[in-house]
Ligand binder design. Structure first.
Ligand code: NAD
Length: 284
């Protein structure tokens, strides 16, 4: 796959910044686009801080970290992806928004280039249908934080070709990731199982079964998870959790997937978790 030189990333949020970092660390030139300068600056800051941690642990030299940052271009021009050899979309979890991005990308990006979505839950087949290249379209679901988490879940849409699948898997491996394959079904594997647990933790909080701290400590120490479900929801982003629950509910149609009203209310209040300074917990 030596022909891939430039990896494009759409969206400079927590996931886009992480994907850009691991691609640049693997030696690819990276083009990151977003809708405004502010998220791009925040994304660049996320990468700089992420690399600083590696320098501190002596896993990278400062010169190597500087080289990684220098390989990443940040721009508000979607047109910049005309030079990208593989594009991963990591914008907000909203089907309409992603569909519009892909329709625009389809016009800008060379026809043979693969378009991948980092969506947590939305149908890859439907997103692919917003482009004229459904065979070169795939789900590439990185985990958060991307530089730390080993897994990439790969999702084939109905029309994804074997070549697209093979190229995507090879790219994920070159980024140091282990891959699994999921069918194109709401939430795929990871969020089909994780998100109902997080949603249930919100119901437990709403019903006063325990405090947030007791719910998280019980699950952390009682089921040997690195963090409790409410802390994890804050880390993922409560807006993203709500969007995923809505996709599960709409897509599967079973009432057991209805989003907890407390989760909805927090998102309505703008309490989107760590990234917005407040979610279930308050962050400095
Ligand atoms: P985020 O809110 O941190 O970032 C989203 C970014 O998308 C923002 O910078 C925003 O400005 C940008 N954006 C919005 N509209 C855009 C547009 N039209 N064009 C370009 N950029 C646009 O969200 P995130 O946590 O990085 O999630 C991004 C995607 O990754 C979502 O699809 C989410 O479901 C998925 N994902 C998230 C996690 C997680 O734990 N947060 C894990 C795996 C996958």
């Amino acid at each position: 796959m030596s022909e891939l030189k430039v990896v494009g990333v759409v969206g400079a949020g927590q996931m886009g910044a992480g994907i850009a970092q691991v691609a640049a660390q693997a030696g690819y030139a990276v083009v990151v686009t977003d809708v405004a300068e502010a998220p791009l600056a925040k994304g660049k800051q996320t990468i700089v801080l992420g690399l600083a941690r590696l320098v501190k642990k002596e896993l990278l030299t400062q010169a190597q970290a500087d080289d990684v940052v220098a390989r990443v271009t940040f721009t508000t021009e979607l047109k910049a992806h005309e030079g990208s050899d593989f594009v991963v979309e990591a914008a907000t979890e909203n089907e309409g928004l992603k569909g519009k991005i892909f329709a625009d990308l389809d016009r800008v990006v060379r026809p043979e280039v693969i378009l991948a979505s980092n969506t947590s839950s939305i149908s890859i087949t439907r997103l692919a249908s917003t482009t004229k290249r459904p065979t070169s379209f795939i789900g590439m679901h990185f985990m958060n934080p991307v530089p730390v988490m080993k897994l990439v879940e790969i999702i084939r849409g109905l029309q994804t070709s074997d070549g697209t699948f093979a190229t995507t898997r090879t790219l994920a491996e070159r980024l140091g990731k282990t891959t699994t394959t999921s069918k194109d079904h709401p939430g795929f594997i990871a969020n089909r199982i994780l998100m109902p647990m997080i949603n249930e933790a919100f119901y437990a909080l709403l019903e006063g079964v325990g405090t947030a701290e007791d719910i998280d400590t019980t699950m952390k120490l009682g089921t040997n998870q690195p963090m409790g479900p409410l802390a994890l929801a804050d880390f993922i982003g409560l807006d993203t959790c709500l969007a995923i629950m809505n996709v599960l509910h709409d897509g599967i149609g079973d009432s057991k997937y209805r989003a907890c009203p407390l989760l909805r209310q927090y998102v309505d209040a703008g309490w989107c978790g760590k990234k917005s300074g407040r979610g279930v917990y308050v962050y400095a």
